[in-house]
Design a protein around this ligand. Sequence first.
Ligand SMILES: NC(=O)C1=CN([C@@H]2O[C@H](COP(=O)(O)OP(=O)(O)OC[C@H]3O[C@@H](n4cnc5c(N)ncnc54)[C@H](OP(=O)(O)O)[C@@H]3O)[C@@H](O)[C@H]2O)C=CC1
Ligand SMILES: CC(=O)[C@@H](O)[C@H](O)COP(=O)(O)O
Ligand SMILES: [Mn+2]
Length: 396
Amino acid sequence: MNASAPRRVAVLGATGSIGGSTLDVIARHPARFRASVLVAHRNVEALAALCAAHRPELAVIADPALEGELARRLAAAGVRCEVAAGMEAIAAAAAGPLCDTVVAAIVGAAGLDSTLAAARAGKRLLLANKESIVMAGPLLLQALREGGGELIPVDSEHNAIFQCLPGGRPALAEAGVRRLILTASGGPFRGRTRAELATVGPDEACRHPKWSMGRKISVDSATLMNKGLEVIEAHHLFGAPPARIEVLVHPQSLVHSLVEYADGSVLAQLGNPDMRTALAHALAWPERVEAGVAPLDLAAGPPLAFERPDLDTFRCLALAFQALHAGGDAPAILNAANEVAVEAFLAGAIPFLAIADVVESVLAELPAQAVVDVQTLVARDRAARAAARRVLHGAC
Ligand SMILES: NC(=O)C1=CN([C@@H]2O[C@H](COP(=O)(O)OP(=O)(O)OC[C@H]3O[C@@H](n4cnc5c(N)ncnc54)[C@H](OP(=O)(O)O)[C@@H]3O)[C@@H](O)[C@H]2O)C=CC1
Ligand SMILES: CC(=O)[C@@H](O)[C@H](O)COP(=O)(O)O
Ligand SMILES: [Mn+2]
């Protein structure tokens, strides 16, 4: 890349938690990075405000009904940028000439098409949208190979592992790697019993002890499904067999993950729990830039603690390992059922513990099939969502 030309970054999910952290880092380094494309779902007011602040070349709103309102708001604010709408426009923007870097930070399966489009187009893909790699790991890796771009993980654990490996994503056996150790905060309900979890509600579940995140991933952290999705994500990103991936609960969330080598060395990446570190690393890689994150003062904090996860209480983590072992499209089925169950929980329609029950029922109803292509995968995602809704209706 020309050293004098800033990277042109498309931020998919600009109005979300990752989107906000990304734009904060970008704004700190105007000579290096420019937000050239901003994308949101329905939050037209926030998207217009971000356009006024960052002056992208293109703004895309997923909901076509809001395109006119976005254009009106931008005109009223004196912002001149192209406006587009719809999921196809998002994928086209991710693959198009207005960006060389794509931050995939749409939440859920809705991010799949644009993530794949960016990979196929050979962009530098900064992957936060873990659901897309969980659903379509082999297809995404194939798209990356064909596109000739690069993937830098943004999820804090995977970014940590990337930093602890030689040259990013080498073949693990050749690099002498014995195990990948993913840390988990344990979420807001660490240490609670199933009886204590029977009546917890959405706001409690979203009160994460260490990270400020969107509501879907916050619930996933509370059930430990987030860690389950991350185990599957690590399997695909680093080519690690399930037996070589371990999860350790680390309530301080200062050690973001670790890599154990054949000689007994264990390398870890540490830092305050602030996603701007991972985002700055991924945006600037292989260079390093300031991220606005407070320096870590290990002497001032509590001692670092580690414990094994409670798989009997937090069954979603066990279910994710089960789906990974089943292989094929079982992780996509797991993800779809989880998305439906989490939405129902957030709407107050089902209790917290029912999330795992729904996922377990749907995995049992739809045994794994081989992943053939995106169309088949999307059809299976739909079937899993329909099955999850039937389970919900049966239970309510
Ligand atoms: N937050 C974090 O610290 C971390 C998040 N991640 C992952 O990053 C992703 C984003 O998480 P987070 O930022 O917390 O989520 P948020 O809920 O805060 O933000 C979600 C973003 O996605 C947009 N969006 C939702 N649905 C669609 C759609 N159909 N089409 C286009 N855009 C859509 C939203 O737009 P709108 O505002 O208009 O609804 C919003 O910009 C998730 O996959 C999560 O697992 C990974 C590691 C850490
Ligand atoms: C910041 C990040 O990467 C989240 O995925 C985080 O890991 C969530 O915390 P849990 O460890 O509680 O799932
Ligand atoms: Mn994470």
